[in-house]
Design a protein around this ligand. Structure first.
Ligand SMILES: [Zn+2]
Length: 346
């Protein structure tokens, strides 16, 4: 099977390099313009993992970033010139959180395939996976860093990607390679731009990687609200974990979140907040069974953003998971809501 599989894969990879006009406009690193002087939207066409269809071996819709970006432009909510386009994170950036052992593990196709849960990719040579898989993750992690730098400048940074909350210092897992949020936190701390950070992880899966990367550090506070009965099992220990029962609706979910938000800010005293805004709490998500509607998720994200704005604390939004057909559209609506609701004067 292995020898039969390789040639068509390679053919398809070389056949898949068409780039749209919009994508070309956001491929080179550059600064954009904050919308309403407050919101920096960060994206790069280099986020796109493209293995000629092989990427569909995972339920993650890797096209979702591109779809969200293109719809925001199509609906004139952002211009391509507004977009802040990141550089990829470097090896030195990665080593602020990850180990040498982890970097060495990326030389093996088998390990990369395991991290992104696509075992068939282990049959491809590592140099192909480096370009087609690792490079996009480096750009998207660079996006989280750029969004956080801009959040400190303007108030809000939205990365149309990132939120790889399962990546641990020694290994990736759950479609996460680099721990983008812990890396951004460590860089900003080292530069003296922040001291304290709060991670509010509302993806339906526990932010187990973030919890491990930022464990035993009283300058960071990790909060994860997730379904208890699904991956990852066993869970890691965040500074605060709230486990949700299957079938939970919008009203109950939002009540729990609003009740807990103020005390998070009091405990963490953050200089910056990172929101992991996975939309896999949606009722039709194939990997979970929380019963939220799209509107409920839009309200949830706004609840966190609004809390940060009222407290004048920079906020970085990352997109993380969401595996239903509607995932891209829910996250598009959430970003649209943020762009529309934020008052430039307020
Ligand atoms: Zn998830």
């Amino acid at each position: 099977m292995k020898t039969l599989l390789l040639p068509p894969f390679l053919f398809l990879i070389t056949a898949c390099c068409c780039t749209s006009r919009l994508s070309k406009e956001v491929s080179k690193p550059r600064d954009g313009q904050p919308i309403k002087s407050k919101i920096a939207v960060v994206y790069s066409s280099n986020y796109q993992i493209s293995l000629a269809g092989l990427e569909r071996l995972h339920p993650f819709d890797i096209q979702k970033y591109k779809r969200i970006f293109e719809q925001l432009v199509k609906d004139s909510l952002v211009k391509t010139s507004d977009i802040f386009v990141p550089e990829p994170i470097t090896k030195d950036d990665i080593l602020r959180v990850h180990t040498d052992k982890f970097l060495n593990s990326l030389k093996s196709s088998k390990n990369i395939a395991a991290y992104i849960e696509a075992p068939l990719l282990s049959f491809l040579p590592a140099f192909i996976l480096k370009r087609a898989v690792l490079r996009p993750f480096q750009y998207a992690s660079g996006g989280t860093l750029l969004a956080s730098r801009n959040a400190l400048l303007y108030g809000v940074g939205i990365n149309i990607g990132g939120g790889y909350h399962h990546a641990k210092p020694d290994a990736g897992e759950g479609f996460c390679v680099y721990a983008d949020i812990p890396i951004a936190i460590r860089i900003l701390q080292a530069e003296g731009k922040i001291k304290r950070a709060l991670v509010i992880d509302l993806d339906v899966h526990q932010g187990n990687g973030t919890a491990v990367c930022l464990a035993n550090d009283d300058r960071t506070f990790t909060f994860s609200m997730h379904q208890g009965s699904i991956y990852p099992i066993p869970k890691e220990i965040s500074d605060l974990d709230i486990e949700l029962n299957a079938g939970m609706d919008d009203e109950t979910y939002l009540k729990i979140l609003s009740k807990n938000l103020p005390s998070l800010f009091e405990k963490a005293k953050p200089d910056i907040v990172f929101l992991v805004a996975g939309c896999d709490t949606f009722k039709d998500d194939p990997l979970a069974s929380i019963n939220m509607t799209g509107n409920g998720i839009v309200k949830r994200d706004w609840m966190v953003i609004d809390e940060c704005l009222r407290r004048n604390i920079p906020i970085v939004m990352t997109l993380a998971g969401g595996y239903s057909k509607e995932a891209w559209h829910i996250q598009y609506k959430s970003i649209r809501n943020i762009l529309e609701k934020i008052n430039p004067a307020g």
